[in-house]
Write a protein that binds this ligand. Structure first.
Ligand code: DAH
Length: 363
């Protein structure tokens, strides 16, 4: 009797002074663990007389329960103390301003491409695509530029490597988006109304030329599409794109092998103090080439020129971006300077869409 009370006092004292979970665990193992003091005492029960066991059994069980209870209480106390310590040490000032993250911006070429798609989408044009590595045939021959044609020289073409023995001329990096006309006619037939924006390549480099730049092509074919429809379409585009009600375009007779008749189109502008202003003034700035699709081009696209006709046009996307947003040097477009992108870039959530139109103009 006496020895159990003494043992209990000792164990309870040790438990309540245990300073951490590890020492508490040691006490548990050495008291009520399999070979602990209490457990060893319990093993002796087997050697006792039934009378002794009736007294000693309940006594030892009570001891074991009390020790277990004291251990679990102490464990809770230690956990609570640890939590209080963390709460007093760690803290957060919820009134602090959040960390701002700089949002990326949309490149002017992407922005203008989306604007062009949105405007022509509203006019019933869908988007067509073609490869950037193009066959010599699609890029030139099919567009009425046979091998000896002088216009080929003007294009400063990049040629792909060729083994020279397969009998085919080398592929080219497309010098314009016009080959998409041929591909679209072949794959979709007529009637059609598409624009084809994309990258084009020419070996040229100065303030207004880079070896890679962007164009978009327009193609509209039907039974009686005329030059008047072309004029209206381009004026409508410029009115929306430059956000000018009374936009003035000048159609100048020109020559392209793939259109007949052909025209270059200028937009009215002024240069005051080196500042370009579109829409007013006495100057004219060339912005695109266009015309009625040449019968030979229709034939190359598998379209019967006696049944169908229409117009095509081609415009520089980078050039449109420079004009609309006053960006002086084309080369900077492709330098990937973050400061340039922040300055000339657009908020990514403001991109024009087909259904919303140009968000800033409310088109
Ligand atoms: N492909 C011409 C170029 O890159 C632009 C062009 C002119 C496209 C007249 C056309 C067109 O579709 O009709 O210079």
């Amino acid at each position: 009797m006496q020895d159990t009370d003494a043992l209990k006092d000792r164990l309870i004292a040790a438990i309540s002074s245990a300073g951490d979970v590890e020492s508490l665990e040691q006490i548990r193992v050495s008291s009520v663990g399999r070979k602990g003091e209490v457990s060893l005492l319990m093993r002796e029960l087997g050697r006792m007389t039934p009378e002794e066991r009736m007294v000693r059994g309940p006594e030892l069980n009570a001891l074991k329960d009390e020790v277990n209870l004291a251990i679990s209480r102490r464990r809770d106390e230690l956990a609570e103390a640890a939590l209080q310590l963390r709460l007093s040490e760690e803290w957060m000032d919820v009134t602090m301003p959040g960390r701002t993250r700089r949002a990326g911006t949309l490149h002017p070429v992407s922005q203008v491409t989306e604007e062009v798609i949105a405007i022509f989408g509203g006019l019933g044009f869908s988007v067509a695509e073609g490869p950037q590595i193009e066959t010599d045939w699609h890029n030139f021959d099919a567009l009425n530029m046979p091998p000896e044609h002088p216009a080929r020289q003007e294009h400063d073409t990049f040629y792909m490597h060729s083994d020279g023995n397969d009998g085919h001329p080398p592929h080219v990096l497309r010098t314009h988006t016009s080959p998409v006309q041929i591909r679209h006619m072949k794959s979709h037939g007529v009637p059609c109304r598409v624009i084809a924006p994309g990258r084009v390549y020419r070996a040229d480099y100065d303030q207004t030329h880079t070896p890679m730049f962007h164009q978009y092509e327009g193609l509209c074919l039907d039974r009686d599409v005329s030059m008047a429809n072309l004029k209206w379409t381009l004026e409508e585009f410029c009115r929306s794109f430059f956000e000018l009600e009374g936009v003035e375009l000048r159609f100048r007779a020109s020559h392209f092998p793939f259109t007949e008749p052909s025209a270059e189109v200028d937009i009215r502008c002024s240069w005051a103090d080196g500042q370009l202003k579109i829409g007013t003034g006495d100057d004219w700035l060339e912005i695109l080439g266009c015309g009625m699709v040449h019968p030979k081009v229709l034939e190359a696209g598998g379209v019967d020129p006696d049944q169908w006709q229409g117009f095509a046009f081609g415009m520089g996307i980078d050039r449109l971006a420079m004009l609309k947003y006053g960006i002086p040097d084309l080369r900077a477009f492709f330098d990937s300077h973050v400061s340039w992108l922040r300055h000339y870039g657009f908020p990514p959530l403001d991109v024009p869409t087909l259904h919303a139109g140009l968000s800033r103009t409310g088109l």
